[in-house]
Design a protein around this ligand. Sequence first.
Ligand SMILES: [Zn+2]
Length: 418
Amino acid sequence: MNGFPERARRVMARCDELAAITSEPGRIDRYYLTPEHRTCSDRLARWMEAAGMTVWEDAAANLWGRYAAAADATPPVRALILGSHHDSVPNAGRYDGPLGILTALAAVEYLNQEGIRLPFHVDVVAFGDEEGTRFGTTLLGSYPVAGHWQPEWWDLTDRDGITLGEAFRQFGLDPAGIESCARDPDGVLGYLELHIEQGPVLEHGGYPLGVVTGIAGARRFSVTLEGEAGHAGTVPLSLRRDALLGAAEAALVVERVAREQDVMATVGRVDAVPGAVNVIAGEAVWSLDLRATDDERRDRALELIRNETDRLCTERGLVPSWRETHSAPAVACARGLQSHQSRALEAMGLEPVQLPSGAGHDAMAMARMTDVGMFFIRCAGGISHHPDESVLATDVGLGIEAMVRTLLNLASASATPE
Ligand SMILES: [Zn+2]
């Protein structure tokens, strides 16, 4: 198996080409159902067709290309879906999303050039929305493919007041057709996505690629501590009910519990009210973001944090109130896919390191309807959602080869009856 460095160079060049499709010259801003979305889909469709794929766009403007199964494949012939998203955050990097589409496409190009047909279709998908930048709700591309749609989403608006429903019509889509996006779970073998890690673990360990074990479920809260405002010069420390000090102590509790329970926890924001240099904070509002690949472990950590916060509030004369602002369950990657991925890495002489994903991905939505697997690829400094996002071409070459080998492993497994 060879030629992957050359394929990697082409993928890198295509990432640069897609990066130039932006609403703001000089940076990367590519959002759902915009002229940039159309341009990007058209470009990808050309490359898919050149790779011997049949191309179509679904009712949510996700772009699909099918590399058909071998003509003598035993029916019912199912499809393995590969892909990622091509929308971006504001002022984004060039690899978060597009790299997953383009490495999938490169894997298909390899099969096509080698004349290899598999016992299943390989469908490459380019989801139109994952980041949720335009309408404030993530995964609008992959959710309908997984058969999940909430009617209230039609009334989401962008910053110009255009509703999602209007944006669909302006893009030439019929909102009434949204249900036609749903893939039949019986016809799908699984979903496999390659994505930049967006964290420092692989780089720190010296690994180019890793196999993702699951995607963390997140819960977010806004916590208000009620104390009493007072004059900074006249109220003795012993008589204060300082809400900001309560929030500071609570943040340290969050860190300690997170370490003890092996979860991710972040207090990313604290607002002190009234927020004046010479006034004791009478109220403090802070955020808590809590994640783990195991929902039970995450919820146990939450309970400990809440108990400790109650205790410190009693000591400080504060009244806490908790409001949950977000909740999503953890998603486990399928063991079968993980073992095919690990064997692919071993065959390449790479250590099959496993790691969880702390960030959300299209695979989260797709897990509602099929088995999911993910490869992470090392990114420089763990930086993402930023123009400095960077990957090595040599790692991309390994990523394409790992995808191809995983497909071949799946093909030989499906040829052997279970
Ligand atoms: Zn992404």
